[in-house]
Design a protein around this ligand. Structure first.
Ligand code: ADP
Ligand code: MG
Length: 386
């Protein structure tokens, strides 16, 4: 029986977060509202999560003293970005609960391992081939062109990716990326992009949120909309069961996001996963019974999972640093009063001091009684922000 139960961390306990970005900050808010205390390990002095954490351990992600301090203080540790060294998580895992574990994070860090894993879990992926040497470029199949070359590690928000039409361009792109291990994927005709956030506990129970439909601009998530009434049950079930199959195969513990492509011929394929709450799941803060960050805290604490039910349609707009600049490039504060006057607008800013082009500064979720209402509000906000 003991193996079928898990130890519970009561409110008042310390939860540890590797990483000090906005996802860590929103985790702090959720965990603290349930009475938990949060220690954040992050090398940068000024950071979104450090500003709200109960304790900020200012140390590198592989710093032995920092890791020991986090392990001494906390009952469980999680991550807010996937490039925390897996070795650090494995080390922490020898001392306390680490969710997700080093193995799952290590797979999410490497696109080749990730695609291989999805395939073995029975979830289809885009046609691909590894590009590790110039010889690979000679031998990979013609059917991968036109393609997208992606560095296997450390890519995000469209960085570390180059579109290529033939082998010559591929060789050049691979050299431009520094000759690091890469994957070449066939460029597919996408109808839509979807993502599913789920939470899974150490007993293997999981709950999945309503899939969000995502639009990227310049490789960065720009808009996500979620509307239970607009997603067919077939699509919803396929997306959720595919995400769950991946989580189960990983014996995943924590919050996981899986991104999917819906192809123009109707097929669904998995693109990548994030071993943490995801930008496309920010709507859960305002539109769901329990948010993705609350789930992260619940799983870490060994508490029951929260109810993922979606209460109303929503549209989420990412707020990039670009909106701090007018047409002439002059900096000015966006008109937040006008934004907050829009019915159903929920403003989230991450407390970053300096606005830069392409930098995620916050997001705005527009809630509506209907999808049309949420979209109308989103268009109003988009006009205000220019
Ligand atoms: P990142 O880690 O930067 O999010 P992704 O693999 O998700 O990397 O790619 C970023 C975006 O590029 C995707 O959301 C999608 O719009 C586009 N993209 C990626 N791979 C393909 C593909 N094989 N075919 C068509 N578009 C793609
Ligand atoms: Mg992506």
């Amino acid at each position: 029986l003991a193996s079928a139960t898990q130890s519970i961390l009561m409110p008042g306990s310390w939860l540890g977060m590797m990483g000090g970005g906005q996802l860590g900050r929103m985790f702090c808010h959720a965990a603290q509202s349930m009475g938990y205390r949060v220690a954040v390990l992050e090398p940068q002095a000024a950071c979104p999560a450090g500003a709200v954490a109960d304790h900020h351990i200012q140390a590198g992600y592989a710093d032995q003293q920092g890791l020991d301090a986090l392990a001494r203080q906390c009952g469980a540790v999680t991550v807010e970005f996937e490039n925390v060294p897996a070795d650090s998580l494995a080390y922490l895992g020898g001392h306390l609960r680490v969710a997700p574990g080093a193995y799952a994070v290590a797979i999410a860090q490497d696109r080749l391992a990730e695609k291989d894993f999805f395939t073995r879990a029975g979830v289809p992926v885009a046609p691909y081939a590894p590009v590790l040497t110039p010889a690979d470029i000679e031998t990979l199949p013609d059917t991968l062109f036109p393609g997208i070359l992606k560095s296997a590690r450390l890519g995000y928000d469209g960085k570390g990716q180059v579109r290529v039409n033939d082998r010559e361009q591929l060789l050049q792109a691979w050299r431009e990326l520094g000759g690091v291990p890469c994957v070449l994927e066939a460029r597919l005709a996408l109808a839509s992009e979807w993502s599913v956030v789920l939470a899974r506990d150490s007993l293997g129970h999981s709950v999945a949120y309503t899939p969000s439909c995502n639009t990227h601009i310049d490789g960065i998530l720009a808009v996500s909309w979620v509307d239970d009434a607009r997603v067919s049950s077939r699509l919803r079930d396929t997306l959720q069961s595919s995400a769950k199959a991946i989580a189960d195969a990983l014996d995943y513990v924590g919050v996981l996001c899986v991104e999917f492509f819906e192809l123009q011929d109707g097929r669904l394929i998995a693109n990548e996963m994030a071993p943490r709450p995801h930008n496309s799941g920010h709507y859960t803060i305002d539109a769901c019974r329990s948010s993705q960050f609350e789930q992260q805290a619940r799983v870490m604490a060994g508490m029951p999972l929260g109810d993922p039910a979606c209460l109303c349609p929503s549209v989420m707009l990412n707020v990039l640093g670009d909106v701090w600049f007018d047409e002439s490039g002059t900096m000015r504060e966006p008109d937040w009063a006008a934004v907050l006057a829009v019915p159903g607008a929920k403003l989230h800013l991450y407390g970053k001091e300096e606005a830069r082009h392409g930098r995620k500064m916050g997001h705005i979720t527009l809630l509506g009684d209907t999808g049309e209402q949420a979209w109308a509000a989103a268009r109003q906000v988009a006009t205000i922000l220019g």
